[in-house]
Design a protein around this ligand. Structure first.
Ligand SMILES: *[C@@H]1O[C@H](CO)[C@@H](O)[C@H](O)[C@H]1NC(C)=O
Ligand SMILES: *[C@@H]1O[C@H](CO)[C@@H](O)[C@H](O)[C@H]1NC(C)=O
Ligand SMILES: *[C@@H]1O[C@H](CO)[C@@H](O)[C@H](O)[C@H]1NC(C)=O
Ligand SMILES: *[C@@H]1O[C@H](CO)[C@@H](O)[C@H](O)[C@H]1NC(C)=O
Ligand SMILES: *[C@@H]1O[C@H](CO)[C@@H](O)[C@H](O)[C@H]1NC(C)=O
Ligand SMILES: *[C@@H]1O[C@H](CO)[C@@H](O)[C@H](O)[C@H]1NC(C)=O
Ligand SMILES: *[C@@H]1O[C@H](CO)[C@@H](O)[C@H](O)[C@H]1NC(C)=O
Ligand SMILES: *[C@@H]1O[C@H](CO)[C@@H](O)[C@H](O)[C@H]1NC(C)=O
Length: 367
């Protein structure tokens, strides 16, 4: 009976104890697809149930890292490392692929070295290229249609291009995007937006790939110039020109007027001066005439004997001298007498009144 029981129970015990010996454990959580930017790290988790013996990471079919229970991870490359997490559910191995390259895109496999016990995911490495709008600042007028070009260079994969104006998406029908592949496996994109601005707009070109947390963007400001405003501006400038011209002309006119007035006044002054000059000349000539007359008279007087008494009489000379000349028979003798007499008697009085007369009288005597 005992032997029979043992014979029956042994297989049962054996089958029951098999999982306990590590032959019956499973992958609880499989690694998930990952998309990363080139240069960054890629991480994958693989969780196995309690009682696991071995976990092998395969990258594109090649084993890159092995973890043994309870020893731990056996790392053979700097590019592939791992971290361990243990919980009540089981054991988690996290594979870290450092400095991913575009060529690293491929299949990541987690194996427990048991038949039908492997799970896999895919790594996608993307390249964040450059993005720019070819037109810098644009100035457009009313009813003018412009084409704005946005270019994305050296992306992987080719980015999705979208356009925005003042934070609202532009309909896809208004732009055309062409993609091309470069020799290095990277992609370029060229997007042309056709736009008829009605207002000043801030245009944004967006390029997106899955690995980017936010799309890369490039902006351009399209400055809308209202043609009527432009005309107004022209008119304004014209009117200012007119004002400036008017001011200049009036100033010039005033200056001219002042000059004319000054010239006229000066001319008048000159005329006046001329007239006074003439007057003076006339006066002078008149005086000269007077003098001449006087001289003539005197000359006449020299000839006319009756003149001298007159002049002497005019000077209110003594009646003795006045009465004297007629007495002398000869003029020369009488002149000498007169001279002496005038010198002795008449002189004290005469020079005060007529200092020239005696001389003239002398001249008269010489003639
Ligand atoms: C993971 O990536 C592969 C290849 O790109 C795809 O076929 C699969 O559907 C992805 N799996 C999930 C869960 O997204
Ligand atoms: C893997 O699991 C650990 C522990 O739960 C977690 O901290 C880590 O973020 C996970 N990694 C990935 C790539 O999901
Ligand atoms: C992508 O590239 C642009 C331009 O080089 C850069 O400004 C941006 O930070 C990059 N994005 C990431 C997530 O590295
Ligand atoms: C722009 O187009 C509208 C409608 O066609 C027209 O009324 C307007 O005069 C145009 N403006 C200019 C500056 O051409
Ligand atoms: C914008 O730049 C592109 C390329 O340089 C040019 O073909 C296009 O005419 C420009 N658009 C305007 C409105 O200047
Ligand atoms: C877009 O933004 C600019 C600058 O903020 C503003 O001048 C313009 O009026 C805006 N245009 C529209 C259509 O909202
Ligand atoms: C453009 O990118 C910058 C960072 O590079 C970000 O701050 C900004 O919000 C982005 N603009 C749009 C419209 O996405
Ligand atoms: C241009 O400006 C005038 C007056 O400044 C305004 O009446 C007109 O609506 C403007 N046109 C546009 C297209 O904004």
């Amino acid at each position: 009976m005992e032997r029979f029981l043992k014979f029956i129970l042994l297989p049962l015990i054996l089958t029951a104890s098999l999982p306990g010996h590590g032959f019956c454990y499973s992958i609880i959580n499989s690694p998930e697809n990952a998309t990363v930017l080139a240069g960054s790290d890629a991480r994958f988790n693989c969780t196995v149930s309690v009682g696991w013996l071995i976990l092998i990471w395969l990258f594109n079919g090649n084993p890159v890292l092995t973890v043994i229970n309870p020893q731990g991870a056996i790392e053979t490359s700097e590019r592939f490392t791992s971290r361990n997490y243990t919980s009540s559910n089981g054991f988690t191995s996290e594979l870290i692929i450092h400095n991913t390259q575009l060529s690293d895109s491929g299949k990541i496999e987690c194996s427990t070295q048991q038949p039908n016990e492997s799970s896999f995911a895919f790594l996608s490495v993307q390249v964040n290229g450059s993005l720019f709008i070819k037109n810098s600042t644009l100035t457009v007028t009313e009813n003018k249609t412009v084409e704005i070009v946005c270019e994305a260079l050296e992306w992987a994969p080719a980015p999705d291009i979208a356009w925005m104006t003042n934070d609202s998406l532009i309909d896809k029908s208004r732009y055309v995007t062409q993609q091309s592949q470069g020799s290095n496996g990277l992609h370029n994109a060229l997007s042309i937006l056709t736009l008829t601005p009605m207002d000043t707009e801030i245009l944004t070109c967006l390029a997106d790939i899955e690995a980017l947390p936010n799309p890369q963007n490039a902006t351009v400001t399209v400055i809308f110039v209202n043609s009527t405003m432009e005309n107004d501006h022209i008119e304004d400038s014209r009117s200012t020109w007119v004002i400036v011209l008017a001011v200049v002309l009036s100033v010039v006119g005033i200056v001219l007027l002042i000059i004319i007035i000054a010239v006229v006044v000066r001319c008048c002054c000159l005329k006046k001066k001329g007239s006074t000059y003439e007057n003076e000349i006339r006066k002078v000539s008149a005086e000269k005439k007077k003098d001449g007359n006087l001289g003539n008279r005197q000359r006449h007087g020299s000839e006319n004997q009756g003149y001298i008494p007159e002049e002497l009489w005019n000077t209110e000379e003594d009646p003795r001298i006045y009465s004297l000349p007629p007495r002398y028979p000869k003029f020369t003798v009488r002149a000498e007498d007169l001279h002496t007499s005038s010198a002795s008697k008449v002189q004290p009085q005469k020079p005060t009144d007529y200092p020239i007369n005696p001389k003239k009288i002398r001249n008269m005597t010489l003639v």
